[in-house]
Design a protein around this ligand. Structure first.
Ligand SMILES: [Fe+2]
Length: 250
């Protein structure tokens, strides 16, 4: 693969196409009440291997480190027992795509990644899995986890943004290489961080209804493979169509 297909549809497995057609059991599960759904078999296995290789060949030099550790004051500044507060912590690499002229945006454009993330079928898959009517306009991001990279507990709530504060949808495509042993998403259910699912997939698709408390465990490499382990995430963030934001989810 020299370029991503222009439409995500070109990467889908037979089951992925069933989801797109609205006839798979995973369709609409977020609108029905789940907050997270993940499936490892919606993308074609060969296309997923090719996508992993393409990302590994073309994107590493445009990644920048996102490194937000626990501030020492979160502990040293405590005055009372049991009063700890953990701010959002994260360590991951990201392709800077905020500006169209950034190196990440230019490279993503060159390999067809931008077009694929903005394709109609990427949006259609987010709508089909989530069951929400979503705006076409979306945010996109490329993340790359190396060994021991993680994302600490956070909820992705944006109370200052009227269009996002009632809820929105993220769609993630995951491409792990063979040096990855495991990585998990832990998320809230019934007030506890009690749900866990593997996200160490090659060609996995996951869909979230945010805001939602969750964290991503440190990426564990196989023995002796810490230098090589990579997990790529291609993601889109979709706001609800205005009618849905007003409370008529369908
Ligand atoms: Fe998150």
């Amino acid at each position: 693969m020299k370029r991503f297909p222009a439409e995500l549809e070109g990467m889908l497995s037979p089951r992925g196409r069933k989801v797109l057609a609205g006839t798979d059991r995973a369709c609409g599960v977020l609108a029905a009440g789940l907050r997270f759904v993940g499936a490892a078999d919606l993308l074609d296995a060969g296309q997923s291997r090719a996508a992993l290789a393409l990302l590994g060949r073309t994107m590493p030099d445009v990644l920048t480190a996102m490194d937000v550790p626990i501030p020492p004051s979160a502990m040293t500044g405590m005055k009372r027992n049991y009063s700890e507060r953990l701010p959002k912590t994260v360590r991951v690499r990201t392709a800077e795509m905020a500006s169209a002229r950034s190196r990440g945006s230019i490279r993503a454009g060159e390999i067809g990644l931008t077009a694929m993330l903005r394709s109609d079928s990427f949006h259609a898959l987010a709508e089909a899995l989530s069951g929400y009517r979503l705006r076409q306009k979306r945010g996109t991001q490329v993340l790359c986890y190396h060994a021991n990279d993680y994302s600490g507990p956070h909820n992705d709530h944006h109370p200052e943004e009227p269009d996002a504060r009632a809820g929105y949808v993220d769609l993630h495509l995951t491409f792990c290489n063979e040096a990855v042993e495991h990585q998990w998403i832990v998320y809230e259910h019934g007030g506890h961080l009690g749900q866990v699912q593997s996200i160490a997939t090659l060609g996995g698709v996951s869909c979230y209804r945010l805001p939602l408390w969750h964290y991503t465990t440190p990426l564990a490499a196989k023995p002796g493979r810490a230098q090589d382990a990579r997990r790529w995430v291609l993601l889109g963030t979709f706001l609800d169509q205005p009618s849905v934001a007003e409370g008529t989810a369908q």
